[in-house]
Design a protein around this ligand. Structure first.
Ligand code: SF4
Length: 698
């Protein structure tokens, strides 16, 4: 494709799960300008600060442009022969579970599909997990428990049709800004109310009717309290309960837990209950404050319980709604990028599903159960059980919990391959083989956003140096490992058609994810594919799920869960008296490999910091802009103090973006313990316990 001449190309923003459409205009000299796509149903022309600065981030500075082995440039044949032979030899000597892929929500559906097919169908292990494990795994598990599949019931339009929006553990104004703008615009028109449930008073609270500064871990108790109030106030939809199992047990557990601590007063909770119960059209949006918890799955189900009990699901303007962090976290879930899923929302634990996928792929093998989830995967790397590891477009040496230990584990692994656009990440520096991947605006494929809309990403810039698309690199390794015809892909259109055809089998097996209506797209149809919300098949087209009261469990009913509040795993003590929350900033993305290239984005918060309540700061003798050392058993960090009453006393907040070498730096995930939700395997990234002390001038 000739992308050298100035023209306009429709694509998708590579940052958050809102999935905004962008129109790219290459300048013919390797740069581009862009604007929001007025026709894209995610954003209708809007962009946030990050999206509008994309043009400032596409320079080739810092790009890796040729394959490297042990830091020396080489050619593709040498690099990929080495990758294929080391993986093959490791599998021959130690079995398929001695190798692993750790991939990313930055991958496009087609990349993800090939990676998943290679690991699960041909290598024969389920040891492929994604950084979406740090982002959305609790929602996946909660959806599956409630609905039988990982189904997002509603659409973005529901947010605009709601009379009440409840944000739980979500700073939507910073983390999904265009969605927040859509809500604000709708509020202006319809007068919808906004409630924010978050320990911090964030920008999302500006203009909200109510901010409930809940204690960390209090969400299950709050929504159990809501369920009990729903029953007490006669708001149960008994007709809808014909479609639901588990109501009595869920209610009994909720009533038994009525006095569990939330950090909120009885009056605050009752005011919330009255508003929620008294407003038919309510959308409860949840994000990382719910997911990144050792009880994250229970939190998701506590929310869905309330919607199921009131029948507030599957209709316009109401329902539970998860917003995904990454541009293609949803696609990764659909394609089977998680260690406990097969492609197209088919289940690894289900023998019929395994047989169907193996047959479709004509694969020599298929794993019989789940592989290692991210935290367990890096633990296995550290213990030498994983001996060959391929990390694709993610920086676990910074972003995984217990990041110092993860960095040491990768450094000690026998054979590490990293695919990335830069060699300058903490993880890429540890690679034995570094593979140059093409970047956003250079590659073709599709992504799926938070409301199930599949959009094209299109190339607008030439691929620099020897860089190649991820699907192409993965398929090449598959062929070099001996599976020639299974990985004989020539284009993303071809991969997409195979994926869509497999989804038809999933649909026939009663799964939600079915895009078989796209399985016959010609190359030119694929090139022109407009944003399309799944499902797309005979008789099924976009829209909401569950309007008919039919769910995906055997028997067709949804399930309510009996839930009990659990405190965060890390306990406060005299040595570690502060609870540390971590999260995103408005103008940075992940470990800043792209956003740090934009001076105007970096100007928003130019250096790492920790937010601390004025009372705590005064007690510790910390003044504005002093340096503060945070410390616990897994790591330490030195950060600039920001004193703010937006924090609850005894709690701290620090952004997740900054990186650094060993020692006390701003790598905040070095202080996050590697504890996880027992159902989803998602780490508890917002509830570490730490000490805090002013760093005295030398
Ligand atoms: Fe990109 Fe998300 Fe901003 Fe939209 S809201 S422009 S997808 S970062």
């Amino acid at each position: 494709k000739d992308v050298s001449s100035p023209c306009e190309i429709r694509s998708t923003c590579p940052y958050c799960g809102v999935g905004c459409g962008v129109i790219l205009r290459p300048d013919g000299m390797g740069g581009l300008t862009l604007r929001g796509d007025p026709d894209h149903p995610a954003n209708y022309g809007r962009l946030c600060s990050k999206g509008s600065a994309l043009g400032e981030t596409v320079s080739l500075e810092g790009r890796v442009l040729a394959p490297q082995v042990n830091g020396q440039e080489t050619d593709w044949d040498s690099a990929l022969d080495l990758v294929a032979s080391r993986f093959r030899d490791t599998i021959a000597a130690h079995g398929p579970d001695s190798v692993a892929f750790y991939v990313s929500g930055q991958l496009l559906n087609e990349d993800y599909y090939v990676a998943n097919k290679l690991m699960k169908g041909f290598i024969g292990s389920a040891n492929i997990d994604t950084n979406s494990r740090l982002c959305m795994a609790s929602t996946v598990a909660g959806h599956k428990r409630a609905f039988g599949t990982d189904t997002v019931p509603g659409t973005y339009e529901d947010l605009e049709e709601a009379d009440l929006i409840v944000l739980v553990g979500s700073n939507l104004a910073w983390c999904h800004p265009v969605l927040y703008q859509r809500i604000l615009a709708a509020r202006k028109e319809r007068g919808a109310k906004l409630v924010v449930i978050d320990p911090r008073r964030t920008s999302s609270c500006d203009g909200a009717e109510m901010h409930l500064a809940i204690a960390p871990g209090g969400d299950v108790a709050l929504f159990n309290g809501l369920l009990a109030a729903i029953a007490r106030q006669g708001a149960v939809d008994h007709d809808f309960l014909a479609h639901v199992e588990g109501f009595d047990a869920a209610l009994a557990a909720a009533e038994a837990q009525r006095l569990a601590p939330t950090g909120l007063s009885q009056d605050e909770m009752q005011a919330f209950f009255d508003l929620w119960i008294g407003t038919e059209k309510v959308v409860t949006i949840f994000s990382q404050g719910v997911n990144q918890s050792s009880s994250g799955t229970d939190k998701v189900n506590a929310i869905t319980n309330c919607h199921l009990a009131t029948g507030r699901i599957g209709k316009p303007g109401l329902g539970p709604f998860s917003v995904t962090g990454q541009p293609n976290a949803m696609g990764g879930r659909e394609v089977g990028g998680l260690a406990n899923m097969l492609a197209c929302h088919l289940d690894l634990e289900n023998a019929t599903h395994r047989t169907a996928v193996q047959g479709f792929w004509d694969a020599p093998t298929i794993p019989q159960g789940a592989g290692l989830k991210a935290v367990d995967m890096f633990r296995a790397v550290g213990e030498g059980r994983i001996k060959a590891l391929w990390i694709i477009h993610t920086n676990p040496a910074v972003s995984m919990p217990d990041a110092d230990a993860v960095r040491a584990a990768i450094a000690g692994c026998d054979f590490v391959v990293v695919s990335d656009i830069t060699g300058e990440t903490d993880t890429a520096r540890l690679a034995d083989v570094l593979l140059p991947a093409s970047a956003w605006a250079e590659k073709e494929g599709t992504v799926t956003n938070s409301d199930r809309t599949i959009s094209r990403q299109r190339a607008a810039l030439p691929v620099p140096g020897q860089a190649r698309a991820d699907w192409d690199i993965l398929a090449d390794v598959g062929r070099r490992m001996g599976w020639t015809s299974a990985f004989d892909f020539q284009s993303t259109a071809e991969i997409f058609r195979e994926y869509a055809a497999l989804s038809g089998i999933a649909g026939a097996l009663g799964r939600d994810f079915d895009i078989s209506g796209l399985a016959d797209l010609s190359d030119s149809d694929y090139e022109a594919l407009a944003p399309t919300r799944w499902p797309v098949s005979a008789g099924k087209q976009g829209g909401r799920f569950f309007a008919d009261g039919k769910f995906f469990h055997d028997g067709g009913k949804a399930k309510m869960l009996a839930l009990s509040q659990r405190a965060p795993v890390s306990a406060l003590d005299t040595e570690h008296p502060f609870r540390l929350n971590t999260g995103r900033l408005r103008d940075q993305w992940h470990t800043m490999t792209r956003t740090a290239r934009s001076p105007r984005l970096s100007a928003h918060r130019p250096e790492p910091f920790v937010e601390i309540h004025p009372e705590d700061a005064a007690r510790l003798g910390i003044g504005a802009s002093d340096l503060v050392r945070l410390k616990n058993a897994t790591g330490s960090a030195i950060l600039r103090a920001r004193i703010t009453s937006a924090q609850r006393p005894g709690e701290l907040f620090a952004p997740m973006h900054w990186t650094g070498e060993t020692g006390p730096t701003a790598r905040i995930d070095a202080l996050v313990p590697a504890v996880t939700d027992p159902v989803s395997g998602q780490p508890e990234s917002k509830a570490a316990t730490v000490s805090a002390a002013k760093v005295e001038a030398a």
